[in-house]
Design a protein around this ligand. Structure first.
Ligand SMILES: [Zn+2]
Length: 236
């Protein structure tokens, strides 16, 4: 057991029991993982859902993932997690990973260094209070790497994870045809950016519609959807 994976910042203020996370099986080669293909040749892909949890779409997506025995990683917003703590618990209970996606989703460059740091700190406190864990994974909004955030994430033993492929499930490109086509292009080792939250900005409804067909196709391609903890860390 190592203190490396236990949050030291929020323990005194939370009532839940801190779970000890399993030790690493792969060493992360760098602070930021862009693609997994070099460290994980076993036909894995990592689906990541950002901007939730959302009371409508997160449960639906959890159901589809469960139907296909697929695991994913949910980069949650602290503010949304605070509003819907039961969804954070559901995500973890279903065997998925939780990541920190900042508290408010403000653009990382549109605030002071101290505010940027607090976006990371506050989210981990929320997650720790709900679930008794500190996430291992951090993803800044819009993929913008603000030094103050990365330093804070690193100090809380989190690895910053971007993505190697986006299904672009937002804006005018976020059509059912476009999303399905981009899902079809996913290859072994990809970290895939998707969204289950902020339906005013993203299209989680269309992502949800495309997900069953995509997950059914994985077996034909010899691909398995795993969460980041399964790929980078031992499961036992
Ligand atoms: Zn986001």
């Amino acid at each position: 057991m190592s203190l490396l994976f236990i949050n030291n910042t929020g323990l005194a203020s939370v009532s839940s029991v801190n779970r000890v996370l399993p030790p690493p099986v792969h060493k992360v080669p760098a602070p930021d993982i862009i693609a997994l293909s070099e460290i994980n040749p076993a036909h894995s892909i990592c689906l990541t859902f950002d901007d939730g949890p959302d009371p409508l779409y997160t449960p639906k997506i959890l159901d589809v993932l469960a139907d296909h025995q697929a695991k994913a990683t949910f980069f949650v917003l602290g503010k949304a997690a605070e509003q819907f703590p039961h969804l954070v618990e559901q995500i973890l209970q279903a065997g998925h990973s939780i990541g920190n996606h900042t508290y408010s989703h403000r653009h990382p460059w549109g605030m002071s260094s101290e505010q940027a740091k607090q976006e990371v700190v506050q989210t981990n406190l929320v997650i720790n209070t709900i679930a008794g864990i500190t996430p291992r994974w951090f993803r800044p909004p819009f993929g913008r790497l603000r030094t103050a955030m990365r330093v804070q994430a690193h100090s809380e033993q989190m690895t910053t994870v971007l993505w190697s492929r986006s299904i672009i499930d937002w804006g005018f490109c976020g059509t059912k045809v476009g999303i399905a086509r981009r899902l079809d292009q996913i290859k072994s080792g990809d970290i895939v950016l998707m969204h289950d939250g902020r339906p005013g900005h993203n299209h989680p409804d269309i992502t949800y519609q495309c997900l069953p067909g995509f997950l059914r196709s994985l077996a034909d391609k010899c691909l398995v959807a795993r969460n980041l903890d399964e790929v980078i860390y031992r499961a036992d």
